[in-house]
Design a protein around this ligand. Structure first.
Ligand SMILES: [Zn+2]
Ligand SMILES: [Zn+2]
Length: 362
């Protein structure tokens, strides 16, 4: 039977979010209902609320979540009721060209639940953020969006791997292919940049240079594994990174801001034939201008990293295992735990710069 639970709704462009009763249908074929235990507050949720992603209001926000599978629909064999899972927004199809070529992290046909959750009061259909909608006691997803991990991990820590932290770690490990002894610079030390630093540290980088305009963020970056810090409000980051790398530039520069000026810094702060990874998300009006001769002459690779080029079934369980073994401290990304009715205040705090992640615990 369909259930009624509480969820955080963005009712319209720039309107404050509020808690509403939502209707979660029983899982149909290929679907699962998950009892959400924790869900992080991400910038993307704020963008949905501001109307920056689409106009399909009302949105059911929340997408960095972990919880327990409550029920599954017909034909679901990979997860079962009682499984502890992280929700992902890359449920790969297994059939598209990318999947068939063995590159499922580029899947063009990732899927979500087919049935819609609705507002109990009006029957209006909800658009779940990134096809997840996990600021709710329960949510309906495609079973492929549930990735089983070791239940020994705390849910508020596990959920963060579902989006921002995976994007950052994956930018270093998967897209940047950071290896032992590499020099790495990370521009922008918010949650994603810090995760890129943690990923570079995990990969055995010899130097990890953190760049930001906020000294408090640089201090946090050190706890994530940065060996050097550069305040780019005071110092030219390109010069500083070159100086710290014997005059060469870094092997891999990860741009976690998503702006033309920081991209240009990343481009010139890498060694010849080095790699730039863009993981910061630009806005539609931004344009990049670079001398084409420099693009040619400096060689190397200019890459973008979307969701850290992750494959949830491969990366989530591995990273949770490394966390449980004490080799990757994902707990550092949780600044505070909050209640479901505190999401609006968490959005406000996100901009003050002293919160890495607020996590709703249910
Ligand atoms: Zn596919
Ligand atoms: Zn996110």
């Amino acid at each position: 039977m369909a259930q009624e639970v509480r969820g955080v709704i963005a009712p319209g462009k720039d309107e404050p979010v509020r808690i509403e009763t939502i209707v979660v249908p029983d899982p149909g074929p290929g679907e699962a209902v998950v009892r959400v235990q924790a869900c992080g507050v991400c910038h993307t949720d704020l963008h949905y609320k501001q109307g920056g992603i689409s106009d399909d209001f009302p949105f059911l926000l929340g997408h960095e979540a972990a919880g327990v599978v409550e029920s599954v629909g017909a034909g679901v064999t990979d997860v079962a009721p009682g499984d502890f899972v992280i929700l992902n927004w890359r449920a790969v199809c297994g059939k598209c060209r990318a999947c068939l070529r063995g590159r499922p992290w580029y899947c063009f046909d990732t899927h979500n639940a087919e049935q819609k959750m609705t507002l109990a009061a009006t029957g209006q259909e909800l658009s779940p953020a990134l096809g997840i909608g996990a600021f709710a006691e329960k949510t309906l997803v495609a079973a492929g969006q549930c990735t089983k991990v070791d239940p020994a991990v705390a849910p508020q820590v596990a959920g963060l791997l579902g989006c921002g932290v995976m994007a950052g770690i994956g930018a270093a490990l998967n897209t940047g292919q950071v290896g032992r002894g590499d020099t790495v610079a990370v521009i922008g030390c918010g949650g994603v940049g810090d995760a890129a630093i943690a990923g570079s540290y995990l990969a055995g980088a010899a130097k990890v240079i953190a760049v930001d305009i906020d000294d408090r963020k640089l201090e946090t970056a050190r706890t994530m594994g940065a060996t050097h810090t550069v305040n780019s409000r005071e110092t030219d980051p390109v010069e500083a990174i070159r100086e710290l790398t014997g005059g060469f530039g870094a092997d891999v520069v990860i741009e976690a801001v998503g702006r033309p000026e920081t991209y240009r810094q990343a481009f010139y702060a890498r060694d010849l034939a080095g790699t730039v990874v863009l993981v910061g998300v630009p806005t539609p009006e931004m344009k990049l201008e670079l001398p084409l001769l420099d693009v040619f002459g400096r060689g190397g690779a200019l890459k973008s990293s979307w969701y850290g080029d992750c494959l949830p079934s491969r990366d989530f369980p591995m990273l949770i295992d490394l966390h449980l073994q004490g080799r990757l401290d994902l707990g550092k990304f949780v600044t505070e735990t909050i209640r479901l009715d505190e999401v609006e205040t968490a959005f406000a705090r996100m901009h003050s710069g002293d919160v890495l992640r607020s996590v709703v615990v249910l």
